[in-house]
Design a protein around this ligand. Structure first.
Ligand code: MTE
Length: 396
């Protein structure tokens, strides 16, 4: 942390984010949705407003505990490889009741900093328990350790934050502590010595590489690139003014213009690593990238998974990076290894990257196939199938 931080402590008014955005949420023209009755996935809709979790005694399998999966990998649970574990977690969710989805969508955007808390996401972690139970608190500690105190915390958990405009535009290269953060879950804490990257699927010679292997310049040429990452959610606060959403489980952080940052990223081109794995098998056309944290969708637990086409990788536009602006990657930005995908929305630049799998078609994982989609106005997200199975709305 630079010493300049001291200047900020205690100086920022709680409604700083709103002043920064030049918008008063009370005058945003949000559609008043406070008369909507929302039934969540609770078994008994009458009790939807309670945040209490039912006793674990209700669980079909009380011995089901999600433990730390690997030595030195805190906050990581492997879901994709274990359908039976996913099924148990799903069952556990159905035994609990949660408050209705996103806080602000039922009223004006709060003028606090953090703006939104993310109550539901915190409770999901508590409901699964075990290795995930302290993830919300641990992640917030990391935010306070690694980010600039002037950050506008749009969502406390999963953490989403942007720098005030005045600080973002001060320098061409965004300092690490001021680079925006967009998370879908907790911040894993991975010991770099215990870390490895798995390369499998349709590659000719699957491999597991340590960080030392990746940094070994005799194996892979090291590359540095200046890349601007922008989240597709940037300026969402304006979109919220038009359409606040109808209770989708994904919390729409009210981004202003700050979900954009430029950094010098250092690592290796994914193309070189695929070559080292003997290249792709005949039908492979996409690389699926796996992030280590737990993401929730429609009552299921999963890892953060998206894909990039081989054509992008072949053009050396996908970097696997361990340094950000000549410093080790901060935990919050994906330590020890992340993807940096040039010219795509930020969502493909997977943080806490632990697996690359060669596949035939673009990933069907929900982050890519059910989120991060653009809709025409006539065919909005609200006309899609609801993402929570038992979520529906009644207009009185
Ligand atoms: N990778 C993982 N594992 N989990 C995430 O939530 N968010 C994505 C991407 N990579 C995300 C992720 C999105 S939507 C964006 S915009 C960028 O990370 C943001 O990167 P940053 O937080 O380092 O700025």
């Amino acid at each position: 942390m630079d010493t300049d931080h001291k200047r900020w402590v205690g100086l920022q008014p709680p409604n700083e984010w709103k002043l920064e955005q030049g918008m008063d949420p009370a005058h945003l023209g949000l559609r008043n949705q406070s008369n909507l009755v929302i039934h969540t996935e609770s078994e008994s809709p009458a009790e939807t407003d309670s945040a209490e979790l039912r006793a674990d005694a209700d669980d079909d399998d009380p011995t089901f505990v999600v433990g730390e999966e690997r030595k030195g990998w805190k906050g990581y649970v492997e879901w994709e490889e274990y359908p039976e574990k996913k099924a148990k977690a799903r069952k556990r969710f159905s035994r609990h009741k949660f408050p209705p989805p996103p806080e602000f969508q039922l009223g004006p955007v709060p003028a606090t900093n953090p703006v939104l808390e993310g109550v539901r996401w915190k409770l999901w972690h508590k409901a699964i328990g075990g290795a995930l139970i302290n993830v919300p608190e641990d992640s917030w500690k990391t935010v306070l350790e690694e980010k600039h105190p002037g950050m506008l915390h749009l969502l406390q958990f999963p953490y989403n934050g942007e720098p005030p405009k005045g600080l973002l535009t001060k320098e061409a290269i965004t300092p690490n502590d001021l680079h925006f953060v967009r998370n879908h879950g907790g911040i894993p804490d991975i010991d770099p010595v215990e870390f490895d990257l798995r390369l499998d699927g349709l590659v000719n010679d699957p491999k597991v590489l340590t960080l030392d292997d990746l940094k070994n310049e005799a194996l892979f040429p090291r590359t540095s690139m200046l890349v601007t990452i922008q989240c597709s959610g940037t300026r969402r606060v304006e979109q919220i003014g038009e359409y606040a959403g109808e209770g989708d489980e994904m919390i729409n952080a009210p981004w202003a213009e700050g979900a954009i940052g430029t950094a010098k990223w250092t690592g290796v081109s994914l193309k070189k690593i695929i070559k080292y794995c003997g290249g792709l098998k005949g039908d492979a056309k996409h690389l699926e990238l796996y992030g280590a944290e737990t993401y929730f969708k429609g009552g299921d637990c999963m890892n953060y998974v998206v894909s990039v086409p081989w054509s992008k990788v072949k053009a050396n536009e996908v970097l696997l990076a361990w340094e950000m602006n000549d410093k080790p990657l901060p935990k919050i930005h994906g330590f020890p290894l992340r993807a940096v995908v040039m010219g795509y929305i930020g969502a493909r630049s997977v943080k806490w990257l632990y697996r690359v799998k060669a596949i035939e078609n673009p990933s069907r994982a929900p982050v890519q196939s059910r989120e991060y989609l653009y809709f025409q106005q006539q065919y909005g997200k609200h006309n899609q199938l609801p993402t929570c199975k038992k979520l529906y709305y009644v207009r009185p």
